[in-house]
Design a protein around this ligand. Sequence first.
Ligand code: MG
Length: 381
Amino acid sequence: MTQVRAAVPPMRIAALTVYVTAIPVVIKRRHGSGDVEGSVRNAIVKIETDAGITGWGDAAPWSVFTGTVEACAAALDVYLRPILIGADPSRIGQLLVDADHAVVGHPEAKAAMEMALFDIVGQAAGLPVAELLGGRCRDSIPLSFSVADPDFDRDMDMVKRLYGEGLRLFKMKTGFAGHAADIKRMERFRKELPADAELRIDYNQGMEAHDAIRQLRDVEAFRPTFIEQPVPGHQRAALAEITRALDTPVLADESVFTPTDALQVAAGRMADLVSIKIMKHGGMMAGRRVSAICEAAGIACYGGDMFETGIAHLAGTHMIAATPNISLGCEFYQATYFLERDLLAEPFPAVDGKVVVPRTPGLGIAVDEDRVRHYAVETRS
Ligand code: MG
């Protein structure tokens, strides 16, 4: 009789630690919905198994968008811990169903939990997470940098430096300083950058619906690839009207959190494109469900993110690598260009303006635990 050897050894989750980190940032970020400066606070989760394999996750909330770090840490520590301790980490789909029954919402906490579980199973199986998700359709992902510094001169210096490093995608954050100032910034961008620098525009809900179409017609003259979330997320009728009125594709971000949101936006053709973010959908598999609904309506997707460390960037990278419809690049620049120091033991793999999809098991790069402890302001174990 042939001996069948299990690829993944039986394991149980033995311990869970939540570190709330505060990592200083090196540039300021201004958006239609709020500003970020000083430091970013994340809930970093470490899940240990009785097989000696450890997985890491990163919950990166933003209080004006998805939620708060305090709620994330409590969700992981108080509500998700009981379903995880003693569980088989390879039953990821079932554990996510259990997580939804244990605590409503908190998509960032569930994303962190899911990436730590995939990290464990990938290491145990000797496979990168992209392969666990169905296999990669791309080995690298074009990287977008967000032009969001209130000091536009400093921003333009950064943009030119990154163009020199091979970056071609630039997303200008608009809607916080008035229409005239936005147009001036677009003029300078187009004048000072070569024609192959792609300009994308993101209002982060910063426009008022009654004046949006007239102003966006001015913006279209600068040939943006897309215009992201001009109006507040819940104003779907206005979003649909803008999408119909403009030649430029309109991308929905804050309007699409859940698969149900995606179904409504797709069925009503309320946007041409959708931003996928593991932090708003609640993980890689949830992001792929949203993308699949969009795909059925001919809506291509973009790899968005929040103020993440390299840990969550890696999860997003594996998800995009395994999802053909997320075809508009990614914005995983924070680990390299925004944080004082990332939490990964090696630099996040961004080379020549592209993110390189790891070929090593699990998330693919180890976490520097000493650095996590250095930036921790609270530890819950
Ligand atoms: Mg956005």
